[in-house]
Design a protein around this ligand. Sequence first.
Ligand SMILES: Cc1cc2nc3c(=O)[nH]c(=O)nc-3n(C[C@H](O)[C@H](O)[C@H](O)COP(=O)(O)OP(=O)(O)OC[C@H]3O[C@@H](n4cnc5c(N)ncnc54)[C@H](O)[C@@H]3O)c2cc1C
Length: 439
Amino acid sequence: MSAPPPKSYNLAIIGGGIAGCLLSIGLTARHIPHTLYESASQFGEIGAGVGFDAHKVRTMALIAPEVRDAFLRCSEPPSDENPVWFTVRVGDMRRAGSDGVVSIGGELGRKVLAGEPVFNVPSRPGPRGGVHRAHLLDELVKLIPAHVPKFQKKVVDVTEANDRSGDVVVSFADGSSARHAAVLGCDGIKSRTREIVLGKEEAKPVFSGKYAYRGLIPMVKAVQLEGVGKESKVGSQMYMGYHGHVLTFPIAKSSIFNVVAFSSKESWTNAEWVVANSREDMLADFDTWCPTVKAIISEMQTLDIWALFHHPVTRTFYQSTPKICLVGDAAHATTPHHGSGAGMCVEDSYILSELLAETDSAGDLEKAFRTYDEVRRPRTSELVRTSQEGGMLYDFEGPEGDDLEAIAHSMKERMGWIWDYDEGLAEDLERARSILRQV
Ligand SMILES: Cc1cc2nc3c(=O)[nH]c(=O)nc-3n(C[C@H](O)[C@H](O)[C@H](O)COP(=O)(O)OP(=O)(O)OC[C@H]3O[C@@H](n4cnc5c(N)ncnc54)[C@H](O)[C@@H]3O)c2cc1C
């Protein structure tokens, strides 16, 4: 197939995380000229896991088939016989008798042995699951042409060019600047581009009431921990409790046991979001929990606390002067409780790439951004809302309390809304295209 006519514009992507890389691949596949500016000296992700559901993996292929292939190279082929997202247990023993039976809400709760499976949240068939973030990013980066990324380019400002061209001038911390038709802000939860669009106050992320410990344990070691080994083949586990929950899932083709352990806190006053902590304090957060959870926590090598912030209310994802469009966490930073913040980067990148593919002149970019905002903001804002509620649900802080049937029902409903979206996304794109084509 011959290449489409060249675009009369050149875009700037700010930020080379999952959103910036996916968008760059999407634009490259559609012959849309752009440069990616990243503040760090190279692409990089933290040493932790990230999970994608089957719908997001299918959407990766719509950005470009190579994105899905990249994911598959990092992930374990799923068993579709009994697809399970998480096997859910009660890990907190505060309400347990000496026999280990937890006295907890709902009919299900009467039979619960601490640490033993209570219910499964079924996932959907198809490739999906956890990968090591750095491994995935390494694979994605290979799909970005060498001339596209520019490193050590920290964006400090975006202004309109003063020659009535409608171009934007991107200014960097090193004193240099670059001119583009528009900016695609993929600069994450602490986004500078969001500040420019919304103003400093409105752009501020908000503490969600939760913090997390994150750890990677070699699988050979994890399977020796009490209660873990026999379930190594089962996959992902969630241990619920009062004001906390613990997730474990295999990554790096099951060679690493990824742990995220959550706790609650009313407020966060520290200017830093990742702070050092003592082993005693970390263990104390889970000292009422079952032996399996305690064994997992005691094996964690990183003690840092990650305060979890999000950006719950967003008036707009774009502005016209200077032209900026927000993508990924820059647009809709979410808590991780539905494991879908990066998944929304996938959906955003697909929709925006497709809309830009249909936009031939710089004068039409604003319309493309307005259309993207119209179809993407409702869904992603809802994710931010339901994800925060999800964290409270797993920690027995929601209206369901510790009623396990009500929690199971709510979890399945919330996850279905995120996962069963192949048709929804196709409809969103169709609707967006018809808006874009209106004169
Ligand atoms: C504990 C935890 C677990 C999670 N688990 C999951 C999961 O299982 N599944 C899932 O889908 N999501 C998950 N998420 C959410 C997911 O990690 C994020 O939604 C996703 O990584 C956001 O990607 P991003 O590219 O938008 O932002 P980022 O990854 O933050 O990337 C932003 C990039 O922009 C660069 N940058 C920043 N400022 C500037 C600047 N001024 N100039 C130039 N460059 C700049 C940064 O260096 C960085 O490279 C989790 C989040 C947390 C906290």
